[in-house]
Design a protein around this ligand. Structure first.
Ligand SMILES: Cc1ncc(COP(=O)(O)O)c(C=O)c1O
Length: 205
């Protein structure tokens, strides 16, 4: 077997040329606008809105906080059906909201939540389903949407691994009530640290 000449690190981030990065810093220095919705954040939001074909995007300092606030903002409580095959932050966000995670197994091909096993885990306390698009593979979004609709459950996607993913022609952020992204250094698209919530309906509660 031919080996690679240099090791390929899966979590080594791609960085822009340092000079280019410094040009960006200069813009911040010149403006003296360091926080509170400055021009760079506004421009970034606009670009993300175009990319994800949405009007509603809210930026956070990381994906974990975005998940936590997303669950809280939607008033999710009781039990939430989720996957054991995820980064622990998915479950932390539930615990910090005093929500009980109910683990449902993954399907063998793409390691995403197995929709065929979801219905058996629904109880009178279930309020939402929190699936994860794993390693850029989208969940079975159509079947999960159908289950959520029939049982009147909220559907919140952890899309930390799925920045550039599309399902057919649709952006990954088009599915469910909320989609949560991470821009952590290990992700396909990174801002070093960062995260976002996207929802298509501004009235989502
Ligand atoms: C599936 C999943 N959910 C949530 C997170 C949390 O994102 P962050 O590190 O930006 O808080 C990560 C990654 O770190 C993740 O892989």
């Amino acid at each position: 077997m031919k080996t690679f000449e240099k090791p390929i690190y899966v979590t080594k981030p791609f960085l822009p040329p340092f000079e280019k990065f410094c040009d960006g810093l200069k813009e911040i220095w010149d403006s003296h606008w360091l926080t509170n919705n400055g021009p760079i954040v506004q421009r970034f939001c606009k670009q993300l809105r175009n990319y994800f074909e949405t009007d509603n995007i809210c930026l956070f300092n990381n994906g974990t906080l975005a998940l936590q606030i997303g669950l809280q903002g939607m008033g999710i409580s009781g039990e939430v059906i989720t996957t054991p095959f995820t980064f622990v932050a998915t479950i932390h966000a539930l615990f910090w909201n005093k929500i009980r995670p109910v683990f449902v197994d993954i399907e063998p091909d793409y390691y995403t939540l197995d929709p065929e096993k979801v219905e058996a885990a629904i109880t009178p306390w279930t309020t939402a389903i929190l699936p994860v698009h794993v390693f850029g593979y989208p969940c079975n979004v159509n079947v999960l949407a159908d289950i959520a609709r029939r049982h009147n459950l909220k559907l919140i996607y952890d899309a930390a691994h799925a920045f550039g993913v599309r399902v057919g022609v649709q952006s990954i952020a088009n599915f469910g009530d909320l989609t949560v992204l991470s821009f952590h250094a290990t992700k396909t698209f990174s801002t070093f640290e960062g995260g976002a919530i996207i929802c298509h309906d501004a009235q989502t509660k």
